[in-house]
Design a binder for this molecule. Structure first.
Ligand code: SF4
Length: 111
């Protein structure tokens, strides 16, 4: 049994183990270590819900779901698409269509 949980309307936050730890470790100074917070998150049962919440609400600061702000940004960033253009090896831009019979006599008459 978890204390403080509304049994009729439970919320993932009710099971957040960070609520029982030092909140400072989840908001380290710039360049500070995130190791302690991530260690706590790794043993948290609601990690996925927490991360989803942070991504949906665009949380800018702190460790959420075991990820730092930068790591969450990377997750949200659309992956660069590789060039999927399929080139037709028969036709290059500016090329004339190939003639089946090889007769190009009509081109010679064009001035
Ligand atoms: S995943 Fe981490 S930040 Fe999220 S609720 Fe759990 S302990 Fe707190």
């Amino acid at each position: 049994m978890t204390l403080g949980v509304d049994q009729k309307n439970p919320d993932w936050r009710d099971y957040a183990i960070c609520a029982q730890t030092d909140p400072e470790i989840f908001f380290p100074e710039k360049g500070g270590s995130t190791r302690e917070a991530k260690k706590v998150c790794n043993s948290c049962d609601v990690r996925e819900a927490c991360l989803d919440y942070a991504l949906e609400h665009d949380e800018k600061f702190g460790i959420w779901g075991g990820l730092s702000e930068r790591e969450r940004r990377k997750l949200k960033k659309p992956k660069k698409r590789k060039n999927t253009t399929v080139k037709n090896p028969e036709v290059e831009v500016g090329d004339q269509p190939k003639q089946e019979d090889g007769d190009d006599s009509d081109r010679e008459n064009v001035a």
